[in-house]
Design a protein around this ligand. Structure first.
Ligand code: NCD
Length: 297
C-alpha cells in the first residue's frame, strides 16, 4: 500500500490485515517509534475529530506532525496543493493526510506527487472517507463476530455521505449479510454500490444488529435537496421509540459530529447501546494501522 485513498482499492486481505494491526495496537500499548517519519495534515475542510485522530496516531508512533489549517485557503485548486506537497516533501515530509471538499483530489495528488509523497484520504467531498469505514467495521467486529449474519442499517443522507459510500465498499468486501440504506427519497443514492435502499425507517431497522446514524449535512445540500428538519426528525431520527424496531441488543453508531435532537436523541447517543465513543477511540488505533502499513510498504 503506497497511498490510502479508497476502500475500493483494497482487497479483503488488506482490509483484514489493517483490522488485525489496529486491534494489536489497541491490546499492546507499546508502540514502535518512527522518529524519521513526518506527517502533514492538509485540511481544506473543517474537522476536529479526524484531524486530531490522525495527529494522535502519528504522535503514538513518535512521528512529527505539521498541521496546516487551510480551511479558509483560497489556494484549494489541485495544482496549488500539488505545489504545497512538493515543497513540504522537499523538507522531508513523506505522509500527507488530505481532506478536501472536492471529490477526487486525494487521487489526483497521489497521481501527481506519488513519487515523493504518500497520500492518505481523510474525506473527499461526498466521495470517500476510508479511514472512517475502517474504524467503523473494526468497532462492529469487536461487538459481533460474524458479519455474514448481520443486518446493518445506515440512516440519513446516504447520497451525500462519504461515510456511507466507503462503508458500502467495506461491507461488500467483507460480506456483510444485509446492508440497508435508509433515507428519504431526496437523499437516496441513485446507484448504490452495495445494499438495499428503503425510505422506511421501520423496514430498515427491523431486526437490525447495527444502526448507523448519519449527520444531517446541511452544508452538502443543493438548494432543491433541503428537507424540513422537523419532518425529517419525525420520520428518521433515532429515538427510544424508533430504536425499538431493531434487535434489543443492537449497537448504535454515529461518525460525528452529532446534531443531538435532530438525527439522534441524547438518551440514545449516551445510552447503553451506543458505541459512538468506542468508534472515536478505535479511530486512533486504525489510523496507526494505516500509517504503519504505509511506512512498511
Ligand atoms: C464525517 C465527515 O466529515 O465526513 N465526520 C467525520 O469524519 N468524523 C461525517 C460528517 O461530516 O457528517
Amino acid at each position: 500500500m503506497k497511498h490510502f485513498i479508497d476502500i475500493a482499492q483494497l482487497s479483503r486481505d488488506e482490509i483484514l490485515s489493517l483490522i488485525a494491526r489496529a486491534n494489536h495496537f489497541k491490546v499492546n500499548q507499546a508502540y514502535h517509534a518512527y522518529r524519521q517519519c513526518s506527517l502533514a495534515n492538509l485540511f481544506y475542510e473543517n474537522s476536529t475529530r479526524t484531524r486530531i485522530s490522525f495527529e494522535m496516531a502519528a504522535n503514538n508512533l513518535c512521528m512529527s506532525v505539521v498541521n496546516l489549517n487551510l480551511e479558509k485557503s483560497s489556494e484549494s485548486k489541485g495544482e496549488v496543493i500539488e505545489d504545497a506537497i512538493l515543497n513540504l516533501a522537499a523538507m522531508g515530509i513523506k505522509f500527507f493526510v488530505v481532506r478536501h471538499h472536492q471529490a477526487g483530489i486525494p487521487q489526483l495528488l497521489a497521481d501527481t506527487c506519488g513519487h515523493v509523497a504518500s497520500i492518505i484520504n481523510a474525506g473527499d467531498g461526498t466521495n470517500a472517507h476510508p479511514s472512517q469505514a475502517m474504524l467503523d467495521i473494526m468497532t462492529i467486529l469487536e461487538k459481533r463476530t460474524s458479519l455474514e449474519k448481520l443486518k446493518i442499517a445506515i440512516v440519513g443522507n446516504v447520497s451525500h455521505s462519504r461515510v456511507a459510500h466507503s462503508f458500502q465498499y467495506v461491507s461488500e468486501r467483507l460480506g456483510v449479510g444485509e446492508l440497508m440504506l435508509v433515507a428519504p427519497v431526496k437523499w437516496q443514492p441513485k446507484t448504490p454500490y452495495y445494499g438495499k435502499v428503503t425510505d422506511s425507517l421501520e423496514e430498515g431497522l427491523s431486526n437490525a444488529d447495527v444502526v448507523m446514524c448519519l449527520r444531517v449535512q446541511r452544508e452538502r445540500l443543493l438548494d432543491d435537496e433541503h428537507l424540513d428538519l422537523a419532518i425529517y426528525r419525525q420520520d428518521y431520527a433515532i429515538t427510544k421509540n424508533t430504536l425499538s424496531y431493531a434487535k434489543p441488543d443492537a449497537i448504535v453508531m454515529h461518525p460525528g459530529p452529532m446534531n443531538r435532537g435532530v438525527e439522534i436523541d441524547s438518551d440514545i447517543a449516551d445510552g447503553p447501546q451506543s458505541v459512538i465513543l468506542e468508534q472515536v477511540k478505535n479511530g486512533v488505533f486504525m489510523r496507526m494501522a494505516i500509517l504503519t502499513s504505509l511506512i512498511e510498504a
